[in-house]
Ligand binder design. Sequence first.
Ligand SMILES: Cc1ncc(C[n+]2csc(CCOP(=O)(O)OP(=O)(O)O)c2C)c(N)n1
Ligand SMILES: [Mg+2]
Length: 395
Amino acid sequence: MAEGQSEKSQSSERTVPPPVPTGPAFSYFALDEEAKAHGLFQLLDEDGTFDPANTTRFDKTLSTDLYRGMLWTRLMDKQFMALQRQGTIGFYAETLGQEAASIGSAAALEPQDWLVPALREHGAGLYRGMKFESFVAQLFGNADDVTQGRQMPLHPSDPATRYVNMSSCIATQIPHAVGIAMGIQAIGDGSEVCMGFMGDGATSEGEFHVSMNFAGVRKCPVVMVCQNNQWAISTPGAGQTASETIAVKGLGYGIESLRADGNDILAVYEVSRYAVDKARRGDGPTFIELLTYRVSAHTSSDDPSRYRDESVTEVWRNQRDPLVRMRLFLEKNGWMNEAEHEAMVAQIEMTVRETADRQRNVDMPLLRSIIEDVFETTWWRLEEQLDALEETLSK
Ligand SMILES: Cc1ncc(C[n+]2csc(CCOP(=O)(O)OP(=O)(O)O)c2C)c(N)n1
Ligand SMILES: [Mg+2]
């Protein structure tokens, strides 16, 4: 079996305990700490079959919203990746295959909560109300971009929905999330929670361990979500850690650690909701590992065929697609038919296309803003530098 094919191959020669069998209602949450961190919580199997004994949450509205969030992410990623290939956008990264992990976790947050993203949470930000026009402006780095073109594309931020601007340095997002949660503890009114994202690779960085320690000691209202997509660019899971699961790393810090099927959006939502509710009650942090797979390249700058067996990727693409699984669930419940699905696809594709067409024609930020956004008043030396810069660019 090639690397990355499954949970088993990720840990190579080591023995991984089998997934937790489904049982009486909410059985997973009643397990002891070790069993939760080694298990794999699932509500929806690959045929879209669902055991209602394990939850009471999923009605038509929530289920359809979750599906639309995933579909939006997938369809916009496709169009923006095409624009990147045409040279219109400088950089892009798809969430392909990980839509359930990204959307399902963030969907458990309330509007007053904070989201500290890693690389593949832009769809989650939009799900929570980030304005699409603003997101697309950031991709182009134009005058409508809140960061005025001073971040790489796909590094959006949105103060209104508390979507924190992403730091590109791997694992720095974790101390940011724990720091915000400590701030909530210090000066908040007790109603807010912070959710911070990371990849499997990030758990090998020092920042992860320092932050987990602070979160455990301070018992702050943070939910740390690790999308274990089994690759950190070209480093496979087995090359990343000797730990049997990523989730067990949380136990050493005294943090309850859950592990769920990251391609099952209902399971992802359920564990996230459990953790978010717990944090809001003041019952401390939770670490969540979501087992999934990076079906896409790492980013537009990467070619995975140079370092991994893409026949494995095809298994995840064709047999474990989180969107197919959820669509089957919606169809089985009579909540979405073929025509309704087509209409949803058409509406999203049109919105993405029209917004991209609009934003690509917006002017670039004023050059002067480089200085004026930093200094309250300018003086002759800065003006001289600006003149020199304008002259160089005009050539
Ligand atoms: C501190 C640091 N080291 C290296 C990099 C280059 N880099 C960008 S993404 C990445 C891999 C991240 O893997 P993972 O944490 O698993 O996240 P994924 O993209 O797979 O979700 C690396 C090494 C970086 N951005 N920051
Ligand atoms: Mg990864």
